[in-house]
Design a protein around this ligand. Sequence first.
Ligand SMILES: Cc1cc2nc3c(=O)[nH]c(=O)nc-3n(C[C@H](O)[C@H](O)[C@H](O)COP(=O)(O)OP(=O)(O)OC[C@H]3O[C@@H](n4cnc5c(N)ncnc54)[C@H](O)[C@@H]3O)c2cc1C
Length: 469
Amino acid sequence: MIVHWHRRDLRPSDNRGLARAAASDEPVVPLFVLDPTVLEHASSVRVACLLEALGALRKWYRDQGSDLVVGRGEASRVVPEQAGVYDADTVVWNADYSGLARDRDRAVRDALETDGIDSESVHDAIHHEPGSITPNQGEHYSVFSYFWKKWRDRDKRAPVEEPAATDLAAVSGEPIPSLADLGFDEPEATPPTVTTAAARERVADFCSGPIYRYADQREYPAASGTSRLSPHLKWGTIGPRELYAATERATARAESEDARESVRSFQRQLAWREFYAHVLRYNPETVAENFNGYENEIEWRDDPEELAAWQAGETGYPIVDAGMRQLHAEGWMHNRVRMLVAAFLTKDLLVDWRAGYDWFRRKLADHDTANDVGGWQWAASTGTDAQPYFRVFNPMKQGREYDPDAEYVREYVPELADASADDIHGWHDLEPAERERIAPDYPAPIVDHADRRERAIDTFERARGEASE
Ligand SMILES: Cc1cc2nc3c(=O)[nH]c(=O)nc-3n(C[C@H](O)[C@H](O)[C@H](O)COP(=O)(O)OP(=O)(O)OC[C@H]3O[C@@H](n4cnc5c(N)ncnc54)[C@H](O)[C@@H]3O)c2cc1C
């Protein structure tokens, strides 16, 4: 027998590791391990997505006359144990590039070796694995536009077929534990449906029309113009090659140059995901440390009340609050608004990006270490290719530009449901009595953006060793 150990590749098709196992002469035993070290870093909304994806994957295996074996415990114990139960001589898995995952995989490989079992790690999660797109010097690009040019021009592999029923071992697994069995409460957010069927439906819908408007609409949170595939890419319920092939078919069907360009702009976002995977692979410490250091420490402020107001969506800056409440309700937030709320926390409130990252990690259904750290360090002006420290987003202007009719704000901030777009985006400038009249239950701004902008710039200049005091 040969074991395929599923981790963030919860799909049978376009799965290179699984296809590699199926191509051997041995029947494949599909395995998943609920590892307490990994679950320690998870949150209920993500575990709910995981359990749903596992349920759908198990059903697929059962329909083929096989089953998904689900083990519980440290992977370095459970994987060799299960390989022993099925008398497997090899365990195959798809590479995961985060530091924690690589430490785990090293421990599993060592334990298997001790038992005389081979292991094989296959590149699957992204098109071009770390180390394959590099600058003249160094291990990875730090500027996205250079990475993108090479990524765009490289040939992409075609999707791989799912294994045939005859490739799979006739095994039967134990029931999959529930959220409560794993010690998690029901999530506060409604989790998205994370299964391969749901992912394919989303890809088909998106590529049949919205992808051609993506370039124009992706920045407007009320437009719902993005794919919302991030939870699927996080859990691997869709493969990167299958998704890319669908975008290429959309290009072939495009009826104008603008439509083709729009598909390209979506592919460019897919490349950001791969860029950050490369960055994290070579800089695993950046989950906790600034990618770009400054000469001096950044003097972050620790103000629990301001942090709590940001977390609760009670800052009195409507677009920021709408984003934080969307996160709470859906476990997802629009990218433009992620950038805004992260900038507000790290610049207006001068709270360390790590506190924001921790909150996102708890709340996001699509939390992906590479993308989340990348996004936070971008906003905090500490990352690769980051927002320059002196370009501080103005939340009122951003609100007016990207949510001109305040539809997004009204959807998530019911206290402002009857307010005009002018009053919403000018909330900061209204007299207290006006605010009281328009929306008595919505807070006044907790800080003055203009003052806080100055303070943020001074703080970063001190960190750069440039300010007078
Ligand atoms: C502070 C901050 C934190 C973030 N945390 C995460 C996270 O934990 N997980 C996550 O997947 N994305 C994260 N992002 C990136 C981005 O916001 C989401 O990928 C996007 O909003 C997901 O929605 P979508 O699938 O509709 O995106 P689409 O616009 O449809 O894009 C398609 C896919 O491309 C990838 N992508 C798009 N934009 C980015 C980007 N800027 N960086 C990396 N990949 C991108 C994602 O895989 C996404 O699903 C973060 C961004 C910021 C600013």
